[in-house]
Design a protein around this ligand. Structure first.
Ligand code: ADP
Length: 477
């Protein structure tokens, strides 16, 4: 079966977060399970020359973005057995960042339209087009209103419902050449604007999201970001499939980024001393080292950390923060580094190798998210034996079980309410367990022992694809 993955970022080419990890690892597992799966994404100028040199031009054509006529090249590259197609247009994708531009609506409208046009030029006929997040939301919608693609089924995965691609009403005709007919609450209209993610949700044949708990949460007012009623109405077509991680890339036993590779909890010691030295922290093996590797945004619970920072610093701990995002948080952590030079270190930026080293050196991994569709940080942390402290939400609920001293079961520490002192109390609880070396070995062992690979979840996607192609009718909204 042929599957085309459409996504806005993908490891190893470009990454801003977990979406790229998923797009880079799930296809490899699906290919192992017998599917011919290919991935299509924008050719950003930030992709390294190493990959750009290997790309071969397949086709070029003109894409109509409303009244604009834009060049589109298709380039192909085979990497680790997977074929990748890149949509080339320098005007849209030769930028420093992946997102955050005034014309993101136009950039990704072009991407959506170009992918559909590209179907006629690829020597690959997909049975299913699997789209991810708002950047690809209009593809299921446009296919569903066209007579030319009736045989193609679509899957739309929600990785983060917070980002929906909400654009002005004029977008409909200006970018997509669509009539006002589609500006309707049952279609693309959203509180007076146009919502591109909604296009995917109303029109895709099947919907998925990235954890069973997030699937339930997004059907509620609190987590539904204004789309909960629509999601509820499509509940029978919505699956919650937990993300996995790339077992080969995140493998403390064979990780080229690490100071010393390891396969059991005691192997972390050398990496901890290394990372303490790297950041200029006192090299103290007995001091618990807490890490955060994250976007510095409200979603990630940074305001909770901000709220109780001084109380946290009163504990005998070290804290390393790796991240970037909202300036207010970046500045706060920079400032705190000055106040607590022997306890708190910050790296503002994105560094894959450093992240691996911090996962390997840390004793604890703090992820107090306000909401978390799946979360990969805690999965990687556990794989590297850094015990997670998380809030019980979304995929964090599905992957972290609070340690129970009586049963010896549990791979981390959790709290339920989005409250800074509940978080602080839970950190203190974890620190008290840290003092009991034997007990701590058990918790770290539990965290490292779990299977975080894609094997099981990929087979759920495979089954979903098979069911979908055997269904004769396309979803009609
Ligand atoms: P998100 O909501 O940002 O996608 P996830 O937990 O699902 O959150 O995935 C985050 C991914 O990005 C993980 O692979 C994590 O290690 C990585 N990451 C986050 N911040 C940084 C950073 N500053 N440097 C390197 N990697 C980072």
């Amino acid at each position: 079966m042929n599957i085309l993955f459409v996504v806005s970022e993908c490891v190893p080419f470009v990454k801003s977060g977990g979406l790229a990890d998923v797009a880079g690892s799930l296809p490899k597992e699906l290919a192992k399970q017998g599917l011919d799966i290919r991935v299509i994404l924008p050719k950003y100028s930030t992709i390294s020359d190493e990959y750009k040199k290997q790309m071969k031009k397949k086709a070029d054509f003109i894409v109509e973005v409303g009244w604009r006529k834009q060049y589109c090249g298709i380039e192909e590259l085979v990497h680790q057995g997977i074929t990748y197609y890149f949509i080339d247009n320098e005007y849209y994708f030769s930028r420093e960042q992946l997102y955050g531009y005034f014309d993101d609506g136009e950039r990704f409208a072009f991407f959506n339209l170009a992918v559909i046009e590209a179907l006629s030029y690829l020597s690959f006929q997909p049975a299913i087009i699997h789209c991810h997040d708002w950047h690809t939301g209009m593809i299921p919608f446009l296919l569903s209103i066209s007579k030319n693609y009736v045989a193609i089924r679509t899957v739309f995965t929600i990785h983060n419902l917070q980002f929906q691609g909400i654009m002005p009403r004029e977008t409909l005709s200006d970018l997509f050449g669509l009539s006002e007919h589609y500006f309707h609450v049952d279609q693309l209209e959203y509180y007076g604007d146009v919502n591109l993610m909604k296009g995917g949700i109303v029109a895709a044949d099947h919907l998925t999201t990235v954890s069973p708990t997030y699937k339930q949460e997004i059907q509620t007012y609190t987590y539904g970001e204004g789309l909960h009623d629509l999601l509820k109405s499509r509940a029978t077509d919505l699956a919650g499939i937990l993300n996995g991680i790339d077992d080969a890339f995140y493998h403390p036993g064979e990780d080229p980024f690490l100071y010393k590779c390891y396969s059991n909890p005691s192997g972390k010691r050398a990496n901890k001393l290394y990372i303490q030295e790297h950041f200029g922290l006192p090299k103290k093996e007995e001091t618990p080292l807490i890490a955060m590797i994250t976007r510095l945004t409200e979603q990630k619970g940074i305001d909770l950390v901000h709220r109780v920072f001084r109380e946290l610093m009163a504990e005998d701990i070290q804290l390393i923060i790796l991240g970037s995002g909202e300036k207010e948080y970046e500045n706060f952590f920079r400032e705190m580094e000055g106040y607590y030079p022997h306890k708190c270190k910050t790296y503002i930026g994105f560094d894959e190798g450093l992240a691996h080293q911090v996962y390997a050196g840390a004793d604890l991994f703090l992820m107090p998210s306000k909401f978390e569709p799946c979360g990969l940080g805690q999965l990687i942390a556990m794989k590297y034996g850094a015990v997670p402290i998380v809030r019980e939400t979304g995929g964090l609920t599905d992957t972290v079980q609070s340690y129970n001293l009586l049963t010896g079961v549990g791979n981390g520490f959790t709290f339920s309410h989005y409250n800074a002192h509940d978080m602080l109390f839970t950190i203190k609880r974890a620190l008290s367990f840290y003092q009991d070396k034997e007990c701590w070995q058990t918790i770290v062992g539990n965290a490292m022992a779990r299977d975080y690979s894609w094997t099981q979840s990929a087979s759920q996607y495979r089954e979903l694809y098979l069911n979908l192609v055997s269904r004769s009718e396309s979803h009609v909204f």
